[in-house]
Design a binder for this molecule. Structure first.
Ligand SMILES: [Cu+2]
Length: 535
């Protein structure tokens, strides 16, 4: 199903006005010239200079790749384009100043909008069941438009750097805005092609390691950002599906993400717009056999058969108790920093550890993984899982659980492993395949610092210890003159009162003495003297 011609034309126009922004590969950096020079510093049209340098937006800088010892999962070097990302393709990119961001610094950092990116903008992701009918229909219309609108600013690579003859023979292809993100998820998780030696499968730059949550947070933000630009609506947010304690797939209806096909249980109902979507990047065995990358060609309809999954692996959808246990784990990550990690919040939330005791158990798929397995179709294989738009709703909810954990445990940045992780997952690794480049650690921060929140967490922002100290120091700074003045005034008032009391007592004694004097004089003079000394 395609959008009406006039709508497509309007959005094509909107796109042509938009700035270059995220992800690979920026069209401006896919020429043989940029690839052989290894420089991706496109011109910002606002002032005609690379990275908007003339306007102070940014400058073209060397990429500093920090390489630390990595885990033993990937025993090679120099065989995969994703090693030391983005060094194989580019060693110079735009570094943006202030609130500017994007491949040419033409965009605003997350949480900022406006011509000069000075206006703060906080967005709230909502529960899909709390959207109005208009909001819900708008969400589906936006997704559908993104599925059929060719990305103006990005292309996908259809070959490795070596297959491109080290950049001199570029191999890139147009792709729709939606499919660009499907491809990115495939590209980051794909196997390593080793030529005649076959493939290496124990590699994934976004799953089975500490980077799982940071990578998906960045990915969802970029996806949301691209959708906003595609439809020219800064207020759009991805909704989430809270699947806790669900007995079945409550969003698998024609009103929401598509019901079941009337005759084929593996397909979507024809009443859903998503039944007409074609998937891409779902045949890893085929690509591996041919030694090629997914080139974005259509590969059939979305498959989904919720509830008919392998029950010995995933008996049911996760419960709130399991989520609660997961949130109670104090350590974000534990050695060996992969799917065998025990008591690791990340590994338990990802679904490789038991959400009842935190012990790794790869024969089961829990929490995040459980949802993928439960959908029993396109969602269930990592490479092509983002083809099903349920992916967005699911990962928005996973991200909200990650956010709850961050707010509860307030981790230090240094607790994110810096070395000995699976490749791509260490603190300072630039996440594959994002261009412009982002390190994992940049997304180990609260959503509030990235300009968004979840409706059910809005009230739950705990002040950090440093924030509390800073608050009291600030308060103390403001009130110390008052405290000092109050002390001085208090002393003066006390002294004055003492004087008044002493004076009054003296007067009273004198008058009493005078009143009694005749009597005293007649009885005993010494009593009057003793009276005086006792005052
Ligand atoms: Cu994923």
């Amino acid at each position: 199903m395609r959008p009406p011609q006039n709508v497509a034309v309007v959005f094509h126009f909107v796109l042509s006005l938009s700035e270059l922004s995220f992800s690979q590969f920026p069209r401006a950096c896919t020429s043989a010239d940029t690839l052989t020079r290894k420089e991706c510093c496109p011109v910002w049209n606002g002032d005609g200079s690379p990275c908007g340098q003339l306007s102070g937006r940014g400058s073209c800088e060397d990429v500093s790749v920090i390489s630390t010892p990595q885990g033993t999962q990937f025993p090679f070097s120099g065989v995969d384009d994703r090693e030391n990302w983005p060094a194989v393709f580019y060693n110079r990119t735009c570094q943006c100043n202030k609130n500017f961001m994007g491949v040419n610094c033409g965009d605003c950092r997350f949480g900022f909008i406006g011509a000069n990116c000075t206006k703060q903008h906080m967005s709230i992701r909502k529960n899909i069941f709390d959207l109005t009918i208009a909001e819900k229909n708008q969400f589906f219309a936006y997704l559908n438009l993104a599925k059929y609108t060719i990305s103006e600013n990005y292309q996908i690579a259809t070959g490795t750097y070596a297959q491109m003859n080290n950049g001199s023979n570029p191999m890139f292809r147009d792709v729709s805005v939606y499919n660009l993100f499907v491809w990115m998820h495939y590209y980051t998780s794909r196997d390593t092609l080793l030529g005649v030696s076959g493939v290496w499968t124990d590699i994934d730059f976004a799953h089975e390691g500490p980077g799982f949550l940071t990578w998906h947070r960045a990915y969802m933000l970029l996806w949301e950002h691209e959708l906003r630009k595609t439809v020219n609506n800064d207020n759009f947010t991805i909704p989430y599906w809270d699947w806790r304690d669900s007995q079945d797939c409550t969003i698998c209806t024609d009103e929401y993400m598509g019901g079941r096909h009337s005759t084929n249980p593996n397909l979507l109902s024809l009443a859903s717009i998503f039944s007409a979507w074609q998937v891409i990047c779902t045949r890893p065995d085929d690509y591996n056999r041919r030694g090629v990358l997914c080139d974005g060609s259509p590969e059939g309809p979305i498959q989904r058969n919720p509830g008919n999954q392998d029950r010995s692996r995933t008996p049911k959808l996760p419960s709130s108790l399991e989520v609660e246990f997961c949130l109670s784990l104090a350590e974000y990550e534990t050695p060996p920093f992969n799917k065998f990690a025990n008591y690791s919040f990340r590994n338990t939330l990802e679904g490789f550890a038991n959400p009842g005791d935190g012990i790794a158990n790869v024969s089961q798929s829990s929490l995040h993984n459980a949802l993928h397995i439960y959908m029993n179709g396109s969602m269930s294989r990592v490479g092509g899982s983002a083809n099903d738009p349920i992916f967005l709703l699911h990962h928005a909810f996973i991200d909200s659980i990650y956010e709850q954990w961050l707010r509860r445990h307030q981790p230090l940045q240094m607790t994110f492993p810096a070395a000995n992780t699976p490749i791509g997952h260490s603190r300072d690794y630039y996440m594959v395949p994002f261009i412009p480049i982002y390190r994992n650690i940049e997304f180990f921060v609260s959503t509030r610092e990235l300009g968004y929140d979840y409706d059910y967490l809005v009230e739950s922002v705990p002040p950090s210890v440093s924030a509390i100290l800073a608050f009291y120091l600030q308060e103390a700074k403001q009130i110390w003159p008052w405290l000092l003045s109050a002390g001085v005034v208090g002393c003066l008032v006390t002294a004055l009162l003492n004087c008044i009391i002493i004076q009054n007592c003296k007067k009273k004694e004198i008058s009493t003495f005078e009143e009694r004097q005749p009597l005293l004089n007649t009885r005993d003079e010494y009593q009057g003297v003793s009276y005086q000394t006792s005052i």
